[in-house]
Structure formats: structure tokens, C-alpha cells
Design a protein around this ligand. Structure first.
Ligand SMILES: Cc1ncc(COP(=O)(O)O)c(C=O)c1O
Length: 399
């Protein structure tokens, strides 16, 4: 047998970040005091009332298959969420609940992309997007979002990037990794271009509630009926309710798209965990007090982190308005040496920082931005201060 592994797997790149995070974990296991800025999930527990709802679901025997697209009351609650938070009206048949937002994104790409269809991915991007697009037969094309424009692309830049083969734009606001949040005006201009070109938009709104500075995200599906018919909005509970392990994400789509995704999911995975679905119903219907508390803590850390970064010569950051990440721009230090080893890219930088100062970051190359490393501020203020002290020391020792 020449081809044990299917050709389609050739297109997937192994995660360049895995090696560094594996090294950070191994160092922690050895008892070393590693400060990790590489975490992609809130460092809070799932709120107690949500855990309680899951326990009650178990006790009530809600442990069986559900409809593959999710429990009807949950899909109704999701419709209410879209109406209340985003001003968009959906029917439960347009909602598919899946095993995390990542699964929803995969489903949407699988349902919409034919071999060779181009997908515009604004860069820096969340590292899963290009891989999912490739697995589904699509071709990622990249639209650079300049830091001078707070890591946002403009409608004109999008227009110039569209080709006759473009089928979809992936639009992630607030963004992982940059924290960029597009204003209503910017979203409306982008929607106009998508409507004219008749391209789909996969709107990943997983960080929508984690916004600061009074900035409010705006859902592209709200722009017009035509735009709604071209948009698949993805969201979930992982980040907002600190529920990464529960694996619930969902999407809202036009009827034909939702129907296709439902049939695919019914054969691929069936329903997401019934217990997690009950917990999600509670998360979506209860007060947002816990979320607000989390946002305030993140906001305080964000301000502190930016302040500490500003005190280090040779690095800089663009102020993020959402999510819980900051891109630390470090390319001004490339060409310098750390303990005799030259730093030429973000992987060198992240490796040397981890080995020398025991600080874990994610190299920007993973997000298509080799001039940066990503810092997550999902860690305590004390650890953050210590981590930044170590980064400052590391930078001062470069020759
Ligand atoms: C931009 C973005 N979209 C989607 C996801 C996936 O979330 P989930 O845990 O719901 O699969 C993540 C997780 O890191 C993310 O950063």
C-alpha cells in the first residue's frame, strides 16, 4: 500500500506552537517556575449555577441522544440570544448546536466549500482557519490587516482581494489573536462588498462579550436580509462562560445551509453532549453578572499588561479592544543574539524566552504574523507582572 494516509491530510500543517507548549509543560513538570502567556481559555471556573444545571440534568436522566442539531429548547434559547444580543431573528431550524465553535466552523466549511474555492482569511488569523479550509478542499487566501489600522482590514482592501474564485470570507471580530473589534460602520462597509460580490461570510463571534473601552461588536448578519442570507454566524459558550471543556458551540445559518449541516452532523457526530446542552441552556438564560465580572478582571489586566509593555524598550503592542490577547511586536529585536544564539523569527524568540526566562508565549508565525509573539492575559496579575519583568530582563540581555 503506497498511500496509507489519505492525500487530503497532506495539506494540514502540524501546529508549530505544539512543540513550544509541550516544552513549557515538560518544564513545569520538572518543577520549573514557568509563567505561561500561551493559554487560550479563561482562567476562571464555570459559574456554579451552570454546573448545578448540569448536575440536575444528570439526576433527571437527561443522558440520552438528543436531536442531532440540538435540543429544541436550547435552539429556541439561542434564537432568543441572537434576537436580544445581536438584533437578528432566526428560527430554531436555522440553528445547529455542535461540539464547540471549532466544530461549527468545520461544519460550515465542509458544507460550503468545493474543491478550489477560495476563502479570504484576514491575517493575523486564528490558526485553525487555514487548516480547516484546506481539509475541506478550499484554498486560503490571506488579507493582511495592518497594525497601523489596529489590525483591521478595510472594505476597499477586501474588495481588492476578492477574485472570481472567492466563495467566503472568514470574519472574526473580536479577533484572536489581535483583539481587533470592527465598528458598526466598518462592518456595514464590509457587508456591502460581500453582498455585491455575493460571497459568504463565516462570522466567528466567539469573543463577542469580551470587549473593553466601551467598544461594541456588530454582527454582520444584521446589516441586511441579503447579508443574513450570506452569513453563517458562529458562537459558543467556551470563552464567555469559561466552559471550554463542555464542548458546546453553535451556528446560525440560512435554511439551506443549516439543512445541509444538520444532515452532515447527523452522520458525523450526532448531537453534542446532552448534559452540556442543558448546562448551556442555563448559561444563556441566566443573568450575565458572572460574565461582567470576568470582563472587568480581563480589562484591568489588559490595561496593566499594556502599561508594562510600554515600559520595555524595543517591543510594542497595539491596544486590543476585545478577547484576551495582545500581540507583542518583537521584530525590532530580530538580528540580535541571546546567549550567543541569533534571534531571526518569532519561533527563535519564543524558544529563547522560554529556555532563558521560563516564559511561554505563542510565536506569531502560527497566526501568519512572524513579527510578533502572542501574549494571553488569562493569568493572574502577579504572574503577569513577574512574566513581564522576565521579558524585560530577556530583552535587556540581547546583544
Ligand atoms: C477565534 C476562535 N474561534 C473559535 C474557537 C473555538 O472555540 P471552541 O472551544 O468553542 O471550539 C476559538 C478557541 O480558541 C477561537 O479562538
Amino acid at each position: 500500500m503506497n498511500n496509507r494516509i489519505a492525500k487530503r491530510m497532506d495539506s494540514i500543517s502540524p501546529s508549530q506552537t505544539l512543540a513550544i507548549s509541550a516544552k513549557a509543560k515538560a518544564m513545569k513538570r520538572e518543577g520549573l517556575n514557568v509563567i505561561s502567556f500561551s493559554v487560550g481559555e479563561p482562567d476562571f471556573n464555570t459559574p456554579e449555577h451552570i454546573i448545578q444545571a448540569a448536575k440536575e440534568a444528570l439526576d433527571a436522566g437527561n443522558t440520552k441522544y438528543t436531536p442531532s442539531s440540538g435540543l429544541l429548547p436550547l435552539r429556541k434559547a439561542i434564537c432568543e440570544k441572537f434576537a436580544k444580543d445581536n438584533g437578528i431573528s432566526y428560527e430554531p431550524s436555522q440553528i445547529i448546536v455542535s461540539n464547540g465553535a471549532k466544530h461549527s466552523i468545520f461544519n460550515a466549511c465542509y458544507a460550503l466549500l468545493d474543491e478550489g474555492d477560495e476563502v479570504i482569511i484576514p491575517t493575523p488569523y486564528w490558526l485553525t482557519y487555514p487548516e480547516v479550509v484546506k481539509v475541506c478542499g478550499g484554498v486560503p487566501t490571506y488579507l493582511v490587516c495592518p497594525k497601523e489600522n489596529k489590525y483591521k482590514f478595510t472594505a476597499e482592501e477586501l474588495k481588492a482581494a476578492i477574485t472570481p474564485k472567492t466563495k467566503m470570507l472568514i470574519f472574526n471580530s473580536p479577533s484572536n489573536p489581535t483583539g481587533a473589534v470592527y465598528t458598526e460602520e466598518e462592518v456595514r462597509a464590509i457587508a456591502k462588498v460581500c453582498e455585491e460580490a455575493e460571497i459568504f461570510v463565516l462570522a466567528d463571534e466567539i469573543y463577542e462579550k469580551l470587549c473593553y473601552n466601551g467598544v461594541k461588536p456588530f454582527s454582520i448578519a444584521k446589516c441586511s436580509e441579503k447579508m443574513k442570507d450570506l452569513t453563517i454566524t458562529v458562537n459558543g459558550v467556551s470563552k464567555t462562560y469559561a466552559m471550554t471543556g463542555w464542548r458546546i458551540g453553535y451556528l446560525a445559518a440560512p435554511h439551506d445551509v443549516a439543512k445541509a449541516i444538520d444532515s452532515f452532523q447527523s452522520h458525523a457526530t450526532s448531537n453534542a453532549s446532552s448534559i452540556s446542552q442543558y448546562a448551556t441552556m442555563e448559561a444563556l438564560s441566566a443573568s450575565e453578572e458572572e460574565v461582567q465580572k470576568m470582563v472587568q478582571i480581563f480589562d484591568k489586566r489588559r490595561a496593566k499588561l499594556l502599561d508594562l509593555i510600554a515600559q520595555i524598550d524595543g517591543v510594542k503592542a497595539v491596544e486590543p479592544d476585545g478577547a484576551f490577547y495582545v500581540m507583542l511586536v518583537v521584530d525590532g529585536l530580530y538580528g540580535k543574539c541571546y546567549q550567543g544564539k541569533a534571534l531571526t523569527n518569532s519561533i527563535d524568540f519564543a524558544n529563547a524566552l522560554l529556555e532563558g526566562e521560563k516564559v511561554a508565549t505563542v510565536p506569531g508565525i502560527s497566526f501568519g504574523a512572524d513579527d510578533c509573539v502572542r501574549l494571553s492575559y488569562s493569568l493572574s496579575e502577579e504572574d503577569m507582572e513577574e512574566g513581564l519583568r522576565r521579558i524585560a530582563k530577556f530583552v535587556s540581555e540581547l546583544k
